[in-house]
Design a protein around this ligand. Structure first.
Ligand SMILES: Nc1ncnc2c1ncn2[C@@H]1O[C@H](COP(=O)(O)OP(=O)(O)OP(=O)(O)O)[C@@H](O)[C@H]1O
Length: 365
């Protein structure tokens, strides 16, 4: 089957400035694509290009197998949910949701039945007579989604829909959106700068920086095999530790040497990765540094590390050390007896590490 959305070699310029560079992405029916990246990376511009709110400068864009490059937004069979919700303030919730259908000439009975279905799905049946001003942020968000749902479009587009909500409600609405996606099996494109939102919602993530796609992959690919230092650093909280190290390969494997502040370097042996250049950046997630025996590890290599800071975080305790001249965070059990100023034996899971070239930032393994 043709991809539901197929973007090929898309570029977008504002005047002489190239905002999006050679964008290539395709998703299948039912995919939840999340565009994620720091402010100004071009994710909203890309969404607006998909919606047809911005013309593209080069390349092509197909939705449902149809070339939409020059088609107006209303004829693209999409529905968009904006950050601002864009509700009509003087209309009731019911009118806000049915207005688009009315404009398109949908008959009254169909309007009513679609409204009832969507109101039930979103649990806003009791709010239908209210105006947007009489709703909470989360309720407004639901109404905005209701307006998109009644269109039954080929593609839903979401532009940071949760960014106006407080932290707790954000998490609740995130779960609701995920549940809605699972129930409808709809195809969605979702913009956020929040990497947790990206990881939890997406079936496919596009990480962007400076108008350039850094990596396209499933949440697990992006998290476990980041393509470069930018993605490694951007996705995950606390961030992946990125430690300058020396790699020396021989018959037994690769010896990874990491400088310590006041003693000889730590030496870990990686039996899987050979042929690394001498200078590498070792990428290791905080959860892949543990107390020996605490977690199943594919290739645990132990070393003593001087603990600088201990940060209890409820379920886990974060321990911060200095290795390779960087702060390195390990995610330990809450009951750890790690103590600031004391050495702690830690197991590094070399079966899960990433290596990057210090100069280009590209992944090496
Ligand atoms: N109409 C415009 N004219 C010129 N430059 C623009 C215009 N709209 C956006 N830009 C620039 O394009 C770049 C990408 O903007 P965009 O809004 O897509 O980023 P973003 O990743 O969505 O960021 P944010 O999360 O802050 O919304 C930015 O450098 C921005 O200044």
């Amino acid at each position: 089957m043709a991809p539901i959305l197929d973007i090929k070699n898309l570029t977008k310029n504002y005047g002489s400035v190239e905002i999006l560079k050679d964008i290539n992405v395709a998703i299948d029916q039912g995919d939840f694509l999340v565009l994620v990246g720091p402010s100004g990376c071009g994710k909203s511009t890309l969404l607006n290009c998909i919606a047809g709110l911005e013309p593209i400068s080069g390349g092509s864009l197909h939705i449902g197998g149809q070339d939409m490059t020059d088609v107006s937004p209303k004829d693209r069979d999409i529905a968009m949910v904006f950050q601002s919700y864009a509700l009509y303030p003087t209309m009731s919730v019911a009118k806000n949701i049915t207005f688009g259908m009315k404009v398109r000439g949908v008959d009254a009975a169909t309007q009513a039945s679609k409204l009832a279905t969507v109101a039930k799905q979103l649990q806003i049946e009791k709010l239908l007579d209210r105006r947007p001003g009489q709703l909470s942020g989360g309720q407004r968000q639901r109404v905005a989604m209701g307006r998109a749902l009644v269109r039954d479009p080929k593609l839903f587009l979401f532009d940071e829909p949760l960014s106006n909500l407080d932290a707790k409600l954000r998490v609740e609405m995130r779960t609701e959106i995920k549940e809605l996606h699972q129930r409808l099996g709809a195809s969605m494109v979702y913009v956020t700068h929040d990497q947790i939102e990206a990881m939890t919602l997406a079936t496919k993530i596009v990480v962007m920086k400076g108008g350039v796609i850094q990596q396209v992959g499933t949440p697990s690919e992006i998290y476990n095999r980041p393509a470069n230092l930018f993605v490694a650093d951007f996705m995950g909280n606390p961030a992946m530790n990125l430690i300058p190290a020396k790699a020396r390969s021989d018959a037994a494997g690769t010896r990874i040497e990491i400088a310590r502040r006041d003693s000889a370097p730590i030496v870990l042996t990686d039996s899987q990765n050979r042929n690394l250049p001498e200078d590498v950046v070792l990428g290791v997630r905080p959860e892949d540094i543990a107390e020996p025996g605490a977690r199943a590890a594919a290739n645990a290599q132990e070393a003593d590390c001087l603990v600088d800071i201990v940060e209890p975080a409820g379920a886990d305790t974060y321990v911060v050390m200095q290795l390779g001249g960087k702060h390195v965070t390990a995610r330990l059990h809450a009951e750890t007896d790690a103590t600031p100023g004391k050495a702690q034996r830690l197991a590094f899971d070399l079966g899960k590490v990433s290596y990057f070239a210090p100069d280009t930032g590209q992944r090496l393994n």
